[in-house]
Design a protein around this ligand. Structure first.
Ligand code: FES
Length: 116
C-alpha cells in the first residue's frame, strides 16, 4: 500500500479499480489492518480487518450482503455479520469492531481516522 499523506489525517489506500465491486481489500495504516469494502460501484465502507470472534484478521475476505436495511459483511471464519456502517457484530455486539472514515477522491480511495 502507498501510505502517501494526501491531506491532514487522510492516507491513500488504493485506487477504486483495485477493489472489485462487492468485495473487500485489506490496507495497512500505521500498523493497523483496515478492511475496505466497495458496495456496488461507488459506495465505500471501512472497518477493522480483525475479527474478534475468530481472533483472526480476515474480515476483508468476508462475503458482503444485507440484513434488512443493514449492509453487512459475514466473517469467513464463524460467519458473524458486521454492520459496515457501525461495526456492530449482530450476533455478538461485545465483539463489534471500529469503523474508519473512508472517501473517494477522483478514483483514489482515502482512509481517515478510526471511529472507536
Ligand atoms: S466458536 Fe467462537 S464465535 Fe463461534
Amino acid at each position: 500500500m502507498d501510505d502517501t499523506i494526501i491531506a491532514q489525517g487522510w492516507v491513500l489506500a488504493c485506487s477504486l479499480d483495485d477493489i472489485v465491486p462487492n468485495t473487500g481489500v485489506c490496507a495497512l495504516v500505521d500498523g493497523e489492518q483496515v478492511a475496505i469494502f466497495r458496495v456496488g460501484e461507488h459506495q465505500l465502507y471501512a472497518i477493522d480487518n480483525y475479527d474478534p470472534n475468530a481472533d483472526a484478521s480476515v474480515l476483508s475476505r468476508g462475503l458482503l450482503g444485507s440484513i434488512g436495511d443493514r449492509v453487512v459483511v459475514a466473517s469467513p471464519i464463524f460467519k458473524q455479520h458486521f454492520d459496515l456502517r457501525t461495526g456492530t457484530c449482530l450476533e455478538a455486539p461485545e465483539y463489534s469492531v471500529n469503523t474508519w472514515q473512508v472517501r473517494l477522491e477522483g478514483d483514489l480511495v482515502l482512509l481517515g481516522q478510526p471511529k472507536r
